[in-house]
Design a protein around this ligand. Sequence first.
Ligand code: PMP
Length: 430
Amino acid sequence: MLYQRSSKLFAEAEKVIPGGVNSPVRAFKGVGGTPVFAKSAKGAYIYDEDDNKYIDYINSWGPLLLGHAFEPVVNAVIEKAKQGTSFGMPTELETKIAELAVAMVPNIDKIRFVNSGTEACMSAIRLARGYTNRDKIIKFAGCYHGHSDSFLIQAGSGLSTFGTPNSPGVTQGTAKDTILARYNDLAHVAEIFESNKNEIAAIIIEPVAGNMGCVPPKPGFLQGLKDLCTANGALLIFDEVMTGFRLAKGGAQQLFGVDADIVAFGKVIGGGLPVGAFAARNEIMNYLAPVGPVYQAGTLAGNPLAMAAGLAMLEAINNDKDLFTRLEEKTAYLEAGMRKVLTAAGLKYTINRVGSMISVFFDDREVVDFETAGYGNNENFKKFFHGLLERGVYIAPSSYETWFITDALTYADLDQTIAVVAEVATLLDK
Ligand code: PMP
């Protein structure tokens, strides 16, 4: 494939945008090479500026569960735009999408809309801190909750229990309130509660991690966290920015039968427009301004175009009773096909999958947390990525990212993908 125009556009972008991109992972830093510039997309396919066609397994990093340019979403946005693009006043549409979200998701009474997953998670922890009147939060190494300061924290060194900033610009003062735990290690979380008695406001977790590749929770892990929170007067926050409306209508809470106290949403809930949201039961949500004391706001929050897209998306999901079965079957088919060809090629690999979230690690040890996810971050992944890209299959340019399967994929697309994986597998190191 030729990438002439993408290369030229990237060179121009680098002059006026840091690294040429508006979000770092797009720059292909982890895998090398020049990012491909998108021109248009429809259904399961994306077309770049050089008119190359790809089967897309990123789907805007998760939102496009029903494929690109999904007609009900596109039409809803066009119709809304004609009536005005923003009012800064309440609209009926906001109540409609809120009602539908509350009906689809278990255990929430009220929802507040924001503009991104970052804002949703940032607001969720502020609300948890306000509600519990405590400062500290527990997050898990390898989970991503957006780029707000409290989350850009890595484990502290040696015996220190609190974290340290993992980006310049995040203060030590902020870092000391975020405690890092190991994913899937309940005993570690219990120890943290023990040594921070009455200080933990909340645990925040991706109920299926998708930012260290796909890492499922071990059986009982999420319920164990809920029990620890209940015993210690802390709140459990599920960051369902990836999993919400993707793993089930009611997200991971429904799939695993575990009730969170606060849930953060993003991605699918906006149908591809900039939307995030956070939700909880009445007693917690009523702590928010203007009813309660915890402040949170947004000029474009509940924006009519974004709400129209989100409502069209949620309605399509809600009205399709076979959607999650189809997604499960398609992704299971892809998994089985890839296992077959990777095994036939004699490669060491691990595939993790929950529903339509799947990832391939090039190492045969079990991947259960951030440390083990790192085993597969290797040369083979880079070769795999570029091999697929050159053959028209677009996966995330990092082994720490999940693939997002859409319902727009046909079995012919999946077969083609498996054939490409088989071909590329022969080029990798055994
Ligand atoms: N939480 C999770 C689980 C995410 O995957 C992401 C984004 N990938 C975020 C939060 C942040 O969302 P946004 O990029 O919309 O700010």
